[in-house]
Design a protein around this ligand. Sequence first.
Ligand SMILES: Nc1nc2c(c(=O)[nH]1)N[C@H]1C(S)=C(S)[C@@H](COP(=O)(O)OP(=O)(O)OC[C@H]3O[C@@H](n4cnc5c(=O)[nH]c(N)nc54)[C@H](O)[C@@H]3O)O[C@H]1N2
Ligand SMILES: Nc1nc2c(c(=O)[nH]1)N[C@H]1C(S)=C(S)[C@@H](COP(=O)(O)OP(=O)(O)OC[C@H]3O[C@@H](n4cnc5c(=O)[nH]c(N)nc54)[C@H](O)[C@@H]3O)O[C@H]1N2
Ligand SMILES: [Mo]
Length: 780
Amino acid sequence: MSTEIRRTTTHWGTFDFTVRDGKAESTGAPPDDPFGAPLAVGLHETLDHPLRILRPHVRAGWLEHGPRLKENRRGGEPMVEVEWDEAYDLVARELARVRSEHGDQAVFGGSYGWGSAGRFHHAQSQIHRFLNLDGGYVSSRNSYSMGALEVVLPHVIGGPDTGMFDWSPQWSEIAEHGELFIGFGGAPLKNARVNNGGLRRHSAAEAQRACAEAGVRFVLVSPLREDLAPELRAEWVPIRPGTDTAMMLAMAHHLASTGLEDRDFLDRCCVGYERFRSYVLGEQDGVPKSPEWAEDITGVPARTVRELAEASAGRRTVISLTWSIQRAHYGEQPYWAGATLAAMTGSMGRPGGGFAAGLSLSHGIGLHRGSLGAASLPQGRNPVDDFIPVARVSDMLLNPGATVQYDGEALTYPDIRLVYWAGGNPFHHQQDINKLLRAWNMPETVVVHDSWWTPVARHADIVLPVATPLERDDIAAGNRDNHLLPLRRIQDPPDRMPTDFQAFAEIASRRGFGDSFTEGLDADGWIRRLYAETSARLARRGIQLPEYDRFREMQDGVELPLSGGANVFALLRENPEANPLSTPSGRIEIYSETVADFGYDDCPGHAVWMAPSEWLGSAEAQADQDVFHLLSHQPRGRLHSQVDFTPASMATKIDGREAIVIHHEDARRLGVADGDVVKVSNRRGACVAAVRTTDGVRPGVVVMATGGWYDPENPGEPGSLDLQGNPNVLTPDLGTSRLAQASSAQTCLVRISAFPEAPKSRAYEPPVTQRRPDRPAGLV
Ligand SMILES: Nc1nc2c(c(=O)[nH]1)N[C@H]1C(S)=C(S)[C@@H](COP(=O)(O)OP(=O)(O)OC[C@H]3O[C@@H](n4cnc5c(=O)[nH]c(N)nc54)[C@H](O)[C@@H]3O)O[C@H]1N2
Ligand SMILES: Nc1nc2c(c(=O)[nH]1)N[C@H]1C(S)=C(S)[C@@H](COP(=O)(O)OP(=O)(O)OC[C@H]3O[C@@H](n4cnc5c(=O)[nH]c(N)nc54)[C@H](O)[C@@H]3O)O[C@H]1N2
Ligand SMILES: [Mo]
């Protein structure tokens, strides 16, 4: 008997696994990181779980009829187990057929998703390298996370070459110099549990607390009180969802009409303030964007807006925005308005003040600027130019040949015949899953790599199971984390189970480019190569890394300083001629000629208020008090939809269903109480959820976490009731505007009714699969 503790890193923390005779028996958080512990519960159980996919599978209809256009019933037919070689052959032949019959732009390989930590086994890098060498693929641009701000901010403040978010004031600077923190959407610590690429130790809670201890006044502008930690003793301004822009404009109105704005900074470092000022004062449309005007829209008292505007002009102030508020119809506007307001306050470019985006929404943001500069797997060049804004995937599949506006360009949707996904779950991330399901049935073939019977694996034609992240060695360097960490395999993968790399290598060799895909290296060889390249890069910064074999033995890897990451606004304030931004004028563009010239009425040349397609101020909601605004935020007990069946995630549910958070008064009126099962519905779809009441949410607003596995009552049927509680059967698939075309997940009205007779969810039971009668079980 041998027992040892093995430490490895995931997107949500570094954990210790007890391994006895090659089997993981328990998971724990390192003693110095109790904050990660809730997410560690039962992680080892994912390895030998009944939901594991142990053999490749092919959808029965696809196996019988071969690839067909449009008439597919993905998710609604049994999956049939096939042999490994047969599966690799099928994928290789299908890629060859589609590319020769329809061209390389008939392959969609955007494959959006977080996958898992690790520089080499990173699923997106693997699939993109593979598809590039095979002739290329239609790609996707931008993210679900920040789709609107990624497109609008380069016009306003420049970047992303300035290092997205490095301009934000850091928590340590706020503690030292800051006086007032106005957090639109807060800076919820649940989000800081996670860091893309991994992290060694959670320290965001301490960093936030230090600000409160230093006397910083926290104001939380959000429908949900828990969006700032209780220790920060924030004043809570429970705004109506989707109306932050109106509140920011009203603060700007108060500053402009009382002459409190920072004229010096606006004159020297910004362009277009006069046009914006004239809009805000109502000189163009006769509507002053006053605090009284905003009160009707936002539900925030005019006196609160005035007081906050005055305080922001007089003190070192952070105007901080979560990403969630731009994941909404016209999501470009709060970011443009926020940057404009921050430029007016007097704190922009001063230590501990100014404009902040995404603080603590991933662990490293607000703790470190810059990057470690670790090497990653080279992906090569994509010979196909076609791309879509990432959230337009359903539109692309449904409307080949149609055009769509995006950031001043007209894009034509390609005619996709084959979809290939590794390391993402569109049946988690995409809005309006019923529309997605109709779109998903259009292409001839869908190939998915995953380790468990996740919703996306259940909707594939060919599923290649792969080793889990806990079954691989690798190296990790999380975004804005200051550790280079060894990833250690906790268990060996099941017999013959490939990693993504090995599966792609098998298919690549059948396609005739095996050698260029692997370059003659196995995983260990590649990881050593990436480490050597990282060492060489760090050596140029005068940092010496240990030998690779010694590094692998180091419990905590190596702590390193990050490089780069200038505070561009401080430099701008100091000398705008010498330190221009990367905008056309080199200044902050409060008004952008470029954007104005696009001629988009849904995203004009400066920040404006436009009522979103669904909100509590709409005629529908005003007429009926039983219409609620549904927010679907990030889950506290997991990362997105990943391993949703673990005890850590299940502990956040009620009887295996996702909770819907609702105000006591609203629950009473609906006649439901804690734990009751309800149906949440709108014209797009319906799901089941379990009630959790609180006084910490604005009445009229309900909140569900994202990521609960989509579990249709009638699999394969668009419009089916979802039994587990996935809010994306309700959310609209609507671009933020023609500028960014990003996800508008937070723009969503619903109705709620008691539903005690709801059928049981089967989301966490493996599907019934088939074996072909001519092939005895277990033959490989
Ligand atoms: N309503 C609503 N929807 C949202 C959001 C919201 O706020 N509201 N948020 C959006 C945001 S910000 C995001 S980023 C997206 C997230 O969407 P995704 O990133 O797509 O979600 P994940 O659950 O992380 O999907 C990862 C999948 O990859 C698998 N996987 C993990 N590691 C590996 C690997 O090494 N190889 C392979 N082959 N597979 C692997 C996992 O099992 C899982 O199925 O969701 C978006 N959707
Ligand atoms: N535990 C955990 N952490 C995560 C993730 C995860 O899956 N799990 N995912 C990570 C990823 S990929 C991302 S992109 C980030 C996402 O970071 P965000 O998108 O910012 O996170 P959310 O949790 O969706 O939203 C934060 C809060 O914003 C508030 N909010 C929503 N709409 C509005 C609005 O209209 N106005 C105002 N004022 N407030 C609003 C909600 O109350 C919500 O709790 O989180 C990351 N962190
Ligand atoms: Mo995200």
